[in-house]
Design a protein around this ligand. Structure first.
Ligand code: AMP
Length: 214
C-alpha cells in the first residue's frame, strides 16, 4: 500500500504513520526525520538544512526529491510505504507522481489529517520527547503521571528546535501558502480521504483505517 499522509505541522502525521508502519509492515518515510538525522550527523548538507528548518522554511524541492527517490529505491519500500511530510509543494507532488509512474506504482491513497488551528498550536508548543525513552509527550495533553514518569526516572522533556512559537507560526504559514494547495491537487483524483484528526491517537487511527478500507 502506497500512502501519503498530508496535514499541517502538528496534525499527527508522524504518530499515525508509526502506527500504520507497525500494523502493515511497510516503512514510514518521514522527510522531517531524515533531515533531522542529517542535521545530527553534522554533514554540510545537514548544516544548511538546520538553518532552513529552524526558520520554519522549506528545503528546496530538487533536494527533497533526490532524498525521497533514493529512499523509495530501497528494498523495504518495494511493497509499499507511508510518506510523512512529503510532498509539501505542488512541484514535489508532480515530481512524486512522475517518479511513481515510472515505477508503475502509483499512490493508492492520500489521507488528509484535518485539525483546527488552535489545537495545532497547542500540540506543537506543548510537544516534548522524553530523553530516556523517546516517547512523544505533550505538556498540555499527556497525563501528568506520564510526564512525571520521564522526569522521575532522570529523563528530560526535550522540545524540538523548531517547536518554538516563532518558528511554529512560520511553519503554519508555510503550510497555508505552499502545502494546502495539495488538498485540491489530490482532491482532483479519487485518492484523497479526509480524516478528522482532532481526537485521541487511537480514535484518529481508527478513522484512518476506515478511510483506507473505503
Ligand atoms: P516535519 O518533521 O515534517 O515537520 O519537518 C520539519 C522541517 O523539515 C520542515 O519544517 C521543513 O523545514 C523540513 N522539511 C520536511 N519535509 C520537507 C519537504 N517535503 N520539503 C521541504 N522541507 C521539508
Amino acid at each position: 500500500m502506497r500512502i501519503v499522509l498530508l496535514g499541517a505541522p502538528g496534525s499527527g502525521k508522524g504518530t499515525q504513520a508509526r502506527k500504520l508502519m507497525a500494523d502493515r509492515n511497510i516503512p514510514q518515510i518521514s522527510t522531517g526525520d531524515m533531515l533531522r538525522a542529517a542535521v545530527a550527523a553534522g554533514t554540510s548538507f545537514g548544516q544548511q538544512a538546520k538553518k532552513i528548518m529552524e526558520a520554519g522554511e522549506l528545503v528546496p524541492d530538487d533536494i527533497m526529491l533526490g532524498i525521497v527517490s533514493e529512499r523509495l529505491a530501497e528494498d523495504d519500500a518495494a511493497d509499499g510505504f507511508i510518506l510523512d511530510g512529503f510532498p509539501r509543494t505542488e512541484k514535489q507532488a508532480l515530481d512524486l507522481d512522475d517518479l511513481l509512474d515510472r515505477r508503475g506504482q502509483p499512490l493508492d491513497s492520500v489521507v488528509l489529517m484535518d485539525v483546527d488551528f488552535d489545537i495545532l498550536m497547542k500540540r506543537l508548543t506543548g510537544r516534548r520527547t522524553c530523553s530516556l525513552t523517546g516517547k512523544l509527550l505533550n505538556i498540555y495533553f499527556s497525563p501528568q503521571e506520564e510526564l512525571d514518569a520521564c522526569t522521575d526516572a532522570g529523563g528530560e522533556l526535550i522540545q524540538r528546535d523548531d517547536d518554538n512559537e516563532e518558528t511554529i507560526s512560520n511553519r503554519l504559514e508555510v503550510y497555508r501558502s505552499r502545502t494546502e494547495a495539495l488538498v485540491e491537487f489530490y482532491g482532483a483524483t479519487n485518492k484523497l480521504k479526509v480524516v478528522d484528526a482532532a481526537s485521541s491517537i487511537d480514535k484518529v487511527y481508527e478513522r484512518i483505517l476506515k478511510a483506507l478500507a473505503a
